[in-house]
Design a protein around this ligand. Structure first.
Ligand code: FES
Length: 248
């Protein structure tokens, strides 16, 4: 959005500058008392007028007096060009916003550190590991508590699982509540257990996930280009009642 605002500001400034220049140079084909004088910096405007004129100039500083772009036509064309550039700028900015950030932000494969580091931070904080750039929570996942292997494919055999921190209801960020050890959405009170499974509220399913894998040298890679729909409301692999007071 910053890029789009910058582009818009520059374009507005260019349009204002063009209007000032057209006015200053008195770019019109009507004869005027100033016709014999060409203000400094107005040569280009004069040449543009002459190029579109049937007669063209016969003397330096002379204006065409027959057909050619009027000031109104010149302004109209300038405005049309400015609008085209503005729309192009917005289109480019939107694409840039939506395009996966290959430098390591949301939409890319992210290296979040080693498995040992992440596990020890989860244990120390008694809360999920957070990666704001990837809008990701990494939680501890115990395959023994998932005998049917419901989440085995997205955890790649690792004792970790990656959750998308955006609420599947209407898109708020879902914070983790340390006292209840649940994720609790402040917008409409949807709640999810520690594994991001739905436990209440208007959300249509559990929290969405990202595929995660651990490399041979122990680094945790989360692919935020692929958002996997969270489990249905009926899924309740982890049996975890709230462990304390709610944060809502
Ligand atoms: S956005 Fe989370 S419950 Fe509505």
């Amino acid at each position: 959005m910053t890029l789009a605002l910058t582009l818009l500001t520059v374009l507005v400034a260019l349009v204002v500058l063009a209007g000032w220049w057209i006015r200053r140079c008195n770019l019109a084909t009507r004869p005027s008392p100033l016709a014999s004088r060409v203000a400094p910096g107005c040569d280009l405007g004069q040449q543009l007028l002459m190029a579109n004129s049937a007669d063209g100039p016969t003397q330096p500083g002379q204006r065409a007096t027959r057909r050619g772009p009027t000031r109104r036509a010149f302004l109209r064309n300038s405005m049309a060009g400015a609008w085209l550039v503005t729309l192009g700028g917005f289109g480019g900015a939107t694409l840039a916003y939506l395009w996966p950030d290959l430098r390591g932000g949301f939409g890319a494969e992210l290296d979040l550190g080693t498995q040992d580091e992440i596990l020890s931070e989860i244990e120390e904080q008694n809360a999920p590991f957070e990666d704001p750039a990837g809008r990701t929570y990494v939680i501890e996942y115990d395959p023994d508590l998932d005998p049917d292997g419901s989440y085995a494919d997205i955890t790649g055999g690792a004792p970790l699982m990656a959750l998308f921190w955006t609420c599947p209801h209407l898109g708020c960020r879902v914070p983790f509540c340390e006292s209840s050890q649940w994720f609790e959405c402040p917008c409409h009170q949807s709640r999810y257990n520690r594994w991001g499974e739905w436990t209440g509220g208007p959300a249509p399913r559990g929290m969405d996930r990202f595929p995660l894998e651990v490399t041979d040298d122990g680094r945790v890679i989360v692919d935020t280009s692929e958002i996997i729909d969270g489990p249905s409301r009926a899924a309740a692999v982890l049996d975890q009642p709230p462990e304390g007071a709610s944060c809502l």
